[in-house]
Every structure is written in C-alpha cells, then in structure tokens.
Design a protein around this ligand. Structure first.
Ligand code: CMP
Length: 138
C-alpha cells in the first residue's frame, strides 16, 4: 500500500547547497514527490511543529536552528514510506548513521542533522497538512 511521509531538508543542508543532491537521492530511492516547496519557518511555526518536544533540553536550540534559514519541505509517497524513509536518512545522530545514508553524508550534529522524516503514518498526515494546502499536494 502506498503511504506518505513528510520531509524537511533542514537549514544546514540548504545553506551548504545540498538540497538538489538530496532531492535527487530521494527520487533515486523510489520516493515519489507529491508536494514540494522552499520556505522559512517562523519561530511560532517551529514551536508548533515541534510541540511534542516542548520542555526537552534541546527544544529551544532546535527551534532556533530550524528558523535560521530556508528549508525544503516535501511530501513523499512510497510503499512503507515512513519506515523506509527513516532507514534511508539514517539515525538522528549522524555519528550513529549508517554508511550511505543522508545524515551520514550531509549531517554534522544531532541538531544540524540535514533532514527530517515523519515518525508515524499519523504524524506524516499532520505534518503534510502543516506545510501544504490540499491544492498543493498532487
Ligand atoms: P528530527 O527527528 O527531524 O526532529 C526532532 C529533532 O530534534 C531531531 O531531528 C534532532 O535534530 C533534534 N534532537 C533529537 N534529540 C536530540 C538531542 N538529544 N539533542 C539535540 N537535538 C535533538
């Protein structure tokens, strides 16, 4: 069954000029792009997106980082999209990321970790709606 996941190419990877290469690898890996945009989160956007992490020690620095520059947000479709995409991007901490994964290739720290992937089908729907209107998803 085809399912979706929501990704964000984070400010570190966009600023380093890696967004195009990462989108290419995403397509090569068999994820179909259903929606795509470059945007920059406001503080209140990032606080809302990461509300589940509110109160954690890294929350403030995460919000600061995610608002520090443009990101590329996309909705991706594939069978088993959420789990397959998380395998494809690698562990949250790039020090633990497997060879060949996006985070192994492009991330520099647990905060500046290049890319986001939804952690459940339910959150993928919520996160897709956060970034895209229905008419922007194809
Ligand atoms: P992501 O999974 O995209 O969304 C939550 C983010 O919080 C995660 O990426 C990391 O960038 C960040 N994060 C998670 N755990 C930690 C941590 N222990 N220290 C700093 N940042 C973290």
């Amino acid at each position: 069954m085809e399912t979706i996941t929501l990704t964000m190419i984070k400010p570190d990877a966009v600023a380093a000029g890696n967004a195009g290469a990462i989108l290419g690898k995403i397509a090569e890996a068999g994820f179909k792009i259903k929606a795509l945009k470059m945007t920059q989160l406001t503080i209140s956007d990032a606080q809302r997106f990461y509300e589940v992490h509110k109160g954690k020690p890294f929350y403030e620095s995460l919000v600061e980082f995610m608002t520090s520059g443009p990101i590329v947000a996309a909705v991706l479709e594939k069978g088993n999209a959420v789990a397959d995409f998380r395998t494809f991007i690698g562990a949250t901490n790039p020090a633990d990321a497997a060879e060949g994964t996006i985070r192994k290739l492009y991330a520099t720290s647990v905060t500046q970790n290049a890319i986001h992937g939804s952690d459940s089908d339910e959150n993928a729907q919520i996160e897709a709606s956060f970034h895209f209107a229905q008419r922007e998803m194809f």
